[in-house]
Design a protein around this ligand. Structure first.
Ligand code: ZN
Length: 164
């Protein structure tokens, strides 16, 4: 596996709608593995393919319970509201409060192309919504009610950085 370069705000790919994955090839499986490694190395809890320069609908998330790879993720159900602080690996040094659904159910395909359903609350719900927004060219700063510059990475009570 290899670490990939993470694109930062201003790169046009971060503003494009990513395309659905038609066939999960070996090359795309390797990409998913490289994205996992890149996310871990950057202490992130999620990463979307456009952030590493690939305009396809693929995300990886890991909120401390192991990595989840989802091709063509789609939010099929959501409930509740939750406002909390967020960051983004593509917008270093910036945090903001973003309102998200408190619970989501996401459908897609796993790393082997099998149908997958992921349900999550709290940080997992937030990370899933943040990453799926990336696939539609949306950045958290578009939705944040307040944005502040931070000198150090924000780490939550559990020690997990919230950068996605
Ligand atoms: Zn992000």
């Amino acid at each position: 596996m290899a670490q990939l370069e993470i694109l930062t705000e201003g790169h046009p790919l971060l503003r494009q709608k990513a395309l659905p994955v038609k066939k999960i090839t070996k090359r795309l499986q390797k990409l998913a593995g490289d994205m996992e490694e890149t996310m871990r190395a950057a202490s992130g809890v999620g990463l979307a393919a456009p952030q590493v320069g690939v305009g396809l609908r693929l995300i990886v998330v890991d909120v401390g319970e192991g990595p989840i790879v989802i091709f063509n993720p789609e939010i099929v159900e959501r409930d509740g509201q939750d406002i909390d602080v967020e960051g983004c690996l593509s917008i270093p040094g910036v945090n903001g409060y973003v309102e998200r659904s408190a619970w989501v159910k996401v459908a897609g395909l796993d790393g082997k192309g099998r149908p997958l359903l992921v349900e999550g609350t709290d940080l997992l719900a937030r990370a899933l919504q943040h990453e799926i927004d990336h696939l539609d060219g949306i950045l958290f700063t578009d939705k944040a009610t307040s944005v502040v510059a931070v000198e150090e990475e924000t780490v939550d009570e559990s020690g997990v950085p919230r950068h996605t």
